[in-house]
Design a protein around this ligand. Sequence first.
Ligand SMILES: C[S@@+](CC[C@H](N)C(=O)[O-])C[C@H]1O[C@@H](n2cnc3c(N)ncnc32)[C@H](O)[C@@H]1O
Length: 222
Amino acid sequence: MGSIVSKDITKFLQRVGPDPDSVIKDMETYADENDFPIVGSAVGGWLCQLTQLSESRSIFEFGSGFGYSAYWFSRALPDNGQIVLTDHDAQNLNKAETFFDRSDFEGSVHFEHGDAIETVQQYSGPFDIVLLDNEKDRYKEAFESVREKVAPGGLVITDNSMMTTITVDFEELHALVRGEDIETHKNTTGIAELYEAIGRDPAFDTTVLPIGDGVAVSYKNS
Ligand SMILES: C[S@@+](CC[C@H](N)C(=O)[O-])C[C@H]1O[C@@H](n2cnc3c(N)ncnc32)[C@H](O)[C@@H]1O
């Protein structure tokens, strides 16, 4: 398993980042015990701060698992805020509900079972923040399904945007982003296609943060 960030840096970011509450600690234990991929606390803390900075109220997640990233978002949402969690595994969402039952958040939390790309069609938006954390080879499809529903000034956050684990090869990703025509794993191709779609979209300005597995932050400028 590769990592774009050294263990020392990850540990440092955890130490200086926002304090996890008891629910977050329990979620991290659950992820460890079940080998479940979550964004991790460095990214989670950033999602929370980004929600604060942007004064976001409405969030949609593509791929919520058992609710770890959603929980970090919800810590900075106002009481009239809303977050939509999606997953095609009902057990994950049931687990998410048990964690959210312990949360102080008083806004709306929707747990949507099924394909997130279909679920989003039931929502009109606008969303202040969208998280892409579904199958990597469907990132572009997910982005296109929600593009018009992102509020002006809103954000699309793409997790795993520099992913080196689960067979994504960083050198190959680099080559694809440079425009080389190579055959590679579908995850690498999917991430490159997302960069192509969102990176060339004049309505979005994208920067990439090398935390976790890489987080692309795309700002909707119009
Ligand atoms: C990496 S995990 C999500 C982790 C979560 N965002 C977090 O950090 O806490 C990806 C999740 O997305 C779900 N998933 C993948 N593609 C999906 C899709 N198209 N629709 C709904 N759920 C999907 C998987 O079942 C899995 O639970």
